[in-house]
Design a protein around this ligand. Structure first.
Ligand code: PLP
Ligand code: TYF
Length: 396
């Protein structure tokens, strides 16, 4: 049965963790995987989460099956966070939201549902994108193409190329867009760019699939939802996959959601019935813990304020690490201007380091980054920063 099974390639990012864990150098630094570490180099357990968990534990709540679409209070809280508390489309009952197994699970449910709706569609993802975007949509049966996105010369977005590629896709393609804090580049569209993209999507009748895995890590919770809000007001129908893995530091609890914006409440109920069918045949219904905690935090004014404060601290710490990195590299006389790192948003920076330079960082200095040159700025702290910047200056 298994004699012909080939060894699958390792995930280029998660595979790095294994190499990092096996490295015995005490000075090693993991800038590979997209995880937020605090100043002490640990994944934080947010105080808001700990409070909600304490209450949940004390309640000795039974663990029955959840509804297929998840916890209603959670789904509603997700909608408010994404579309705004006063969004017309929520009041009109036009949005379907289902709890999902992280942002990844949301993408997968959305992809499976789309395959039934548009079996012959092409999916387009940014060049570059989170590698799992391609793999997920391919495994759902779609051909996946790239649209131009990152421009290495300006460290910005190739706006013209992006719009041209979106225009030349077959009509009714599925277009995956990073709503904020683009992974892996850290380079986002500006509001004007979003408007231009939206018009092309409308013209070509493409189906937008917004992926928002880092809400609150860019400029703020509301600010980072700018693209989602713009699409919500456009009258278009679209998909949103969202995740609390990073914003609640609940990676392993798998807390995400799929939201689908439809034209009417009646349409929404039919869509929900089909999404539930997809969920049922994948994992039946979602787990209780993470979504209960997130719903408790988002629906309690005190815990929510605490969460916003803690999320703000994470955002500010990343920002200060970006600035310190730029300053230190300049002070070290690095052979390149790294000023662009301070302009990027979210956890990542496309540093421009080559495969060879990344390899040297690993072998000579025990500093792990993704082969594309992506570094996770959220893993820097005031103790490892100077080791990282001096190593980068050395390999340039
Ligand atoms: N989408 C993007 C762009 C991501 O970077 C991630 C990161 O993990 C995800 C989705 C998946 O999030 P989750 O870990 O909640 O599945
Ligand atoms: O890009 C990252 O590092 C995060 C974590 O298959 C991740 O999004 C990486 C790879 C993967 C799943 C999650």
């Amino acid at each position: 049965l298994f004699s012909a099974v080939e060894m699958a390639p390792r995930d280029p990012i998660l595979g790095l963790n294994e190499a990092f864990n096996a490295d015995t150098r005490p000075t090693k630094v993991n800038l590979g995987v997209g995880v937020y570490y605090n100043e002490e180099g640990r994944i934080p357990l947010l105080r808001a989460v700990a409070e909600a968990e304490k209450a949940r534990l004390a309640a000795h709540a039974p663990r029955g099956y959840l509804p297929i679409e998840g916890i209603s209070a959670y789904d509603q809280a997700v909608q408010k966070l994404l579309f705004g508390a006063d969004a017309a489309l929520i009041a009109e009952g036009r949005v379907v939201t289902t709890q999902a197994l992280g942002g990844t699970g949301a993408l997968k449910i959305g992809a499976d549902f789309l395959k039934r709706l548009l079996p012959d569609a092409v999916v387009a993802i940014s060049d570059p994108s989170w590698e799992n975007h391609r793999a997920l949509f391919e495994s759902a049966g779609f051909p996946v193409q790239n649209y131009r996105y990152y421009d290495p010369f300006s460290n910005g977005v190739n706006r013209g190329g992006m719009l041209e590629d979106l225009r030349s896709l077959p009509s009714r393609s599925i277009v995956v867009l990073h709503a904020c804090c683009h992974n892996p580049t850290g380079v986002d569209l500006k509001l004007e760019d979003w408007k231009a993209v939206l018009e092309v999507l409308r013209e070509r009748e493409h189906v937008p699939f917004l992926d928002i895995a880092y809400q609150g890590f860019g400029d703020g919770i509301e600010q980072d939802a700018e693209a989602v809000r713009l699409f919500a007001e456009s009258g278009l129908q679209f998909f949103v996959s969202s995740s609390f893995s990073k914003s609640f530091s609940l990676y392993g609890e798998r807390v995400g959601a799929l939201s689908i914006v439809t034209n009417s409440q009646e349409e929404a109920s039919r869509v929900l019935s089909q999404v539930k069918r997809v969920i049922r045949t994948n994992y039946s219904n979602p787990p209780t813990h993470g979504a209960t905690v997130v719903a408790a935090v988002l629906n309690s004014p005190e815990l929510r304020a605490l969460w916003e404060e803690e999320l703000g601290e994470m955002r500010d710490r990343i920002r200060s690490m970006r600035l310190a990195m730029v300053e230190q590299l300049a002070a070290l006389g690095a052979k390149r201007d790294f000023g662009f790192v301070a302009e990027q948003r979210g956890m990542f920076s496309y540093s421009g380091l080559t495969v060879e330079q990344v390899e040297r960082l690993k072998t000579e200095f025990g500093i792990y980054a993704v082969g594309t040159g992506r570094i996770c700025v959220a893993a820097l702290n005031s103790r490892n920063l100077s080791a990282v910047t001096s190593a980068i200056a050395r390999v340039l």
